[in-house]
Design a protein around this ligand. Structure first.
Ligand code: GDP
Length: 365
């Protein structure tokens, strides 16, 4: 499964956020085959469509889809030089598919800041620089080898050498790989390098309890937004401490608490949704009397592959997928009515599944 790693300097609120994630954790009864890793927090993906489908079907059971966050503690200045537990943590980042970068935007005299003062941009740049330096090392190691082969006019090596020099220049200018403009072919080459700075990023601005109602009043948040904007990255504002409290409430209590605070959606729920879409994930549904369920797939996946997420036999014996969009199903009120209106499609093996599709797979056993 794809996972988003939580990174940030010490004392910015990562553990507090990760606690909130584990407390909010998915009900393990629904996911019996999942292994438990203390650094992985599994949460349910909030989805209003699932609630609506439940109202429509009155199923015995409703099962949301899940999403995993990985806690990556311990990044400090000098990590790329092996400072702290440096290299070990960089290798953990290598294993995640997207990065949620937590930055401290709350003032609190009692909580020391590693660099002495609250300065989110400085913090972001400190971490980004470590990742860039690690990538520079990766590229440097490779460039020497590839250069020799490129000189022998090996076509692939020439193309790779070109990409490597482009990346090297960017890293030396302290720019991440994701900021480098590349052709589609070049992007494929870069994938093989497993660079840290080509992973998609979102910033999590951790604000104080008093700022949660009106985060724009917090000057640090504005700065993070500005910084993220020029990178094309998203910013989620949370108060990790409040999220930790919310995570202990049941659904009704949670709704009441948020209403009291004047907030529509908890920061953690926003974060889950944002990370999910950052990873290029989407949801399709299966719906019936026994169970209404959400399933995660990667955008671009075709019907048989999506069927295979439920069970490998579904993929092997795939015949067709009876498909109706969530909007049409809600509009017509039942699959039968949607079928009469011509909105139920029989999709074959080349169909690219869309977010919100409600699917019934037909397969040979
Ligand atoms: P980590 O080192 O990044 O994992 O940071 P922690 O989660 O351990 O947080 C460091 C300290 O900051 C702890 O004492 C937290 O209680 C405190 N803290 C975290 N989030 C908030 C917040 O939103 N508001 C305030 N006031 N303190 C926070």
């Amino acid at each position: 499964a794809l996972t988003a790693g939580i990174v940030g300097l010490p004392n910015v609120g990562k553990s507090t956020l990760f606690n909130a994630i584990t407390k909010a954790g998915a009900e393990s009864a629904n996911y019996p085959f999942c292994t438990i890793d203390p650094n992985v927090g599994m949460v349910e993906v909030p989805d209003e469509r699932l609630e609506k489908l439940t109202e429509l079907y009155h199923p015995k059971k409703t099962v949301p889809t899940t999403f995993e966050f990985t806690d990556i503690a311990g990044i400090v200045k000098g990590a790329s030089k092996g400072e702290g537990l440096g290299n070990k943590f960089l290798s953990h980042i290598r294993q995640v598919d997207a990065i949620c970068h937590v930055v401290r935007c709350f003032e609190d005299e009692n909580i020391t800041h590693v660099s002495g003062k609250v300065d989110p941009i400085d913090d972001i740049e400190t971490i980004n620089l470590e990742l860039i330096l690690a990538d520079l090392e990766t590229v440097d190691k490779r460039i020497g080898r590839v250069e020799k082969i490129a000189k022998q006019k090996d076509k692939e090596a020439v193309a790779e050498y070109e990409v490597l020099t482009k990346l090297k220049a960017a890293f030396e200018a302290e720019k991440p790989a994701r900021a480098v403009e590349l052709t589609e072919d070049q992007q494929k080459i870069v994938k093989g390098f497993q660079l840290l700075t080509s992973k998609p990023v979102l910033y999590v601005a951790n604000v104080g309890e008093d700022d949660i109602q009106d985060p724009s009043a917090n000057p640090y948040v504005g700065k993070v937004r500005e910084y993220a904007k020029q990178e094309g990255a998203e910013v989620i504002v949370i108060c990790a401490r409040i999220e930790e409290e919310i995570a202990e409430l049941d659904d009704d209590e949670k709704k009441m608490f948020l209403t009291e605070l004047g907030i529509q959606e908890s920061g953690l729920d926003q974060l889950i949704k944002a990370a999910y879409s950052l990873l290029g994930l989407a949801t399709y549904f299966t719906a019936g009397e026994p169970e209404v369920r959400a399933w995660t797939f990667k955008k671009g996946m075709k019907a048989p592959q999506c069927a295979g997420i439920i069970h490998s036999d579904f993929e092997k014996g795939f015949i067709r997928a009876e498909t109706v969009s969530y909007e049409d199903l809600i509009k017509y009120g039942s699959v039968a009515a949607a079928r009469e209106a011509g909105k139920v499609r029989l999709e074959g093996k080349d169909y690219v599944v869309q977010d919100g599709d409600v699917m019934h797979f037909r397969f040979n056993v």
